[in-house]
Design a protein around this ligand. Structure first.
Ligand SMILES: *Cc1c(COP(=O)(O)O)cnc(C)c1O
Length: 417
């Protein structure tokens, strides 16, 4: 039951920005047991991505500098720190610049397609243990995968990652998109040979339709954004990689120097998986904070009420309308909410106007191109700016592939906001 008199519920229902500090936070040693996945599972995912690296390097030359790993830079951003009047150091993890699809979805989405491709290829003798996976960049391999379909329901970025990766391998790729998906994302997918299906309703409807269609087809594989352990593990690999980047760049993270990581949250797989990887890598020295639009606080609502995926933002009268692509999700992943409910330190909500203001500030201070959803990560920094010796890390989840004319519109919105 929802208690409508509860002050936090009232604020959420009124679409006011809120901060909720999670009283159920537990030490990593205990809380990670809720997940049902282990460090060994994450290491297995990292090893799989390493096996695919020669192939990825061959088909996506933008990954050559990283030897075929799809990874993003970590930036120290002192000018933005100053513009936001923050005392603690501010860093940006620029998933906006991830190769292939320019968003955090290039982690989980691509990983899930690769694990499916590997399983099929091993099962049918196209690959053998110890093979160089660069051999998948061949007509023979593409012919093999052509018999199979990979499908997903998406508001945009997940569709881009899964569609582009699946089509590149040779799969039939089907992306089911909601009404709010941007035209340029549909165009980009079609240009990459992906079939795009459009629905008048929201993300939930696109997912349901895509799932139903895939269930009719024994050769189809449907990526389940709401419950997928594969997606989650693909995201979690980021933990160890960030740890290595922090060491390289002299960013100290330990019990005396906590790292506050702000993660924009939609259905929850991306931020949840990354948070899992971060907790495994840094333990209690990392504090994870989730950011959602004021109209789409599905994870906050699910975890706060304990109802998880049994409650939607429409149940408290919210519209689920936001300019933050990827965050317009009305119902959170039940898997992620239950897995991570003792690992996320706090949750907050942000109005769209603030996202546009931040987008503009980031552009003018550091020259970075972020999309509105990514900017949600920056809105939480003031809440934790008084923590001694802490560092802020905003996980900038997307933006580099936004076309110039669309980005120009975003900047204008920021001017007006
Ligand atoms: C999808 C997405 C998120 C959130 O990821 P979820 O797995 O849906 O929680 C955040 N930012 C951007 C840009 C995204 O595309």
């Amino acid at each position: 039951m929802i208690n409508r008199e509860d002050p936090l519920i009232r604020q959420l229902a009124a679409a006011e920005p809120v901060l909720w500090r999670n009283p159920n936070i537990a030490p990593a040693a205990q809380a990670l047991a809720d997940v049902g996945l282990s460090a060994a599972d994450v290491a297995d995912a990292a090893a799989r991505l390493q096996r695919f690296a020669p192939y990825i390097r061959a088909v996506f030359p933008a990954t050559a500098a990283a030897d075929g790993l799809i990874e993003s830079p970590l930036y120290r951003t002192p000018k933005l720190q100053e513009a936001l009047h923050l005392k603690s150091d501010l860093w940006i993890k620029a998933d906006s610049e991830l190769p292939v699809s320019g968003s955090i979805k290039a982690r989980g989405g691509i990983y899930e397609v690769l694990q499916h491709a590997e399983a099929l290829a091993l099962q049918h003798g196209l690959l053998r243990e110890g093979d160089n996976y660069a051999k998948l960049d061949s007509e023979e391999a593409r012919q093999f995968f052509r018999r199979y379909t990979v499908a997903v329901g998406s508001t945009g970025n997940l569709g881009l990652s899964i569609g582009i990766m699946a089509a590149k391998l040779g799969f039939q790729a089907a992306v089911h998109m909601s009404a709010d998906a941007r035209q340029w994302k549909k165009d980009k997918l079609r240009a990459n040979g992906v079939s795009v299906y459009e629905y008048a309703g929201d993300y939930g409807e696109a997912v349901a339709a895509g799932r139903a269609q895939a269930e009719q087809d024994p050769y189809a594989y449907f990526v389940d954004d709401e419950n997928s352990r594969h997606l989650f593990l693909g995201y979690a690999v980021a933990g160890e990689r960030l740890k290595a980047q922090c060491a390289e760049q002299g960013l100290r993270v330990d019990a005396e120097h906590p790292l506050y990581v702000y993660l924009p949250c939609g259905v929850g797989g991306g931020p949840g998986g990354v948070a899992f990887g971060l907790k495994l890598a840094f333990g209690d020295a990392v504090r994870c904070v989730f950011a959602e639009p004021v109209q789409s606080p599905c994870m906050l609502l699910g975890v706060y009420t304990g109802l998880h995926d049994e409650i939607a933002v429409s149940d408290i009268g919210l519209s689920n309308r936001t300019a933050a692509d990827g965050l317009a999700v009305g119902r959170a992943s039940g898997f992620v909410g239950r897995a991570m409910q003792r690992s996320i330190d706090a949750f907050y909500t942000v109005p769209d106007a603030e996202l546009f203001r931040l987008l503009r500030t980031v552009r003018h201070s550091e020259g970075l191109q972020l999309e509105p959803s990514a900017c949600a990560a920056l809105a939480g920094t003031p809440y934790f700016d008084d923590v001694a010796n802490a560092t802020h890390l905003a996980w900038a989840t997307g933006g580099s592939m936004v076309p110039d004319e669309v980005f120009a519109e975003y900047l204008q919105e920021g001017e007006a906001a």
